[in-house]
Design a protein around this ligand. Sequence first.
Ligand SMILES: [Zn+2]
Length: 301
Amino acid sequence: MAWFKKVRKPIEPQANKESRVPEGLWIKCPSCAEIIYNKDLVATINVCPKCAHHFRLGASERLRMLFDGEWEEFDAGLQSTDPLEFVDTKPYKTRLDASITATGMNDAVISAIGKIDGIETSVAAMEYSFIGGSMGVVVGEKITRAIERAIGRRLPVVIVSASGGARMMEGALSLMQMAKISAALARLDRGRLPYTSVLTDPTTGGVTASFAMLGDVIIAEPKALIGFAGPRVIEQTIRQKLPDGFQRSEFLLEHGMLDMVVDRRDLKATIARVMRFALAGRMAEAAAEPPLAVEVPASQP
Ligand SMILES: [Zn+2]
């Protein structure tokens, strides 16, 4: 036995001692490793000022970015009733309550009407931090109502997707939302109102398989993950190595799945331009065919 033995005591965790550095003040860019001051990131709408990496953007920040000023929110009180009383590693009800507390929202989408560059628009923006932006009955219902409201008031529609797909805790009921939203979009189309789909990181599963890909114009943010099944599942199924950049916006644009890849800082202006173009076309059509004449929204410049 050694004569001198150092008795090592583990360092006590300083549970009650508050850190002098406030949390979340600085953020490291995963793409270029630049350390960015959080307030600078707010000014650039969560885009890295050095390399233009697009950090995820919450639904309410998204609306603030798109709308000119104030907006009116709808159906904010709708909440899932947990119809299947689903339990996996923990009960779905517990997950819901935790997300409601964390995000201050009742489900993974906000629907609102406001003006985008002067054009009154019905917008639905998804929130990824609410159970992975998954689409359950409430998300489906709120988006459907946002489309129906647009049909009633003769407004264009913008849906900003950020989703892991259908919400498995609501089983087949969440899959039915795909058909429900798609049917509402078909009615919007018959009403000759434009729908712009904006895909952000990530847009996958049942959301990609339904409304996200049904836009009259489909715009994606740079390097967003967009797909149906994940790359690992596809590799295992087809037993082939997938090419670089597979399922990213630029790859999809090159293969004809998207119309544009637009930097977030130009997104609002691009959406406004697209809607103006579509609405002008509709007005020309209406003038050419009197029986199909439609009212033009009062806000139309
Ligand atoms: Zn960066």
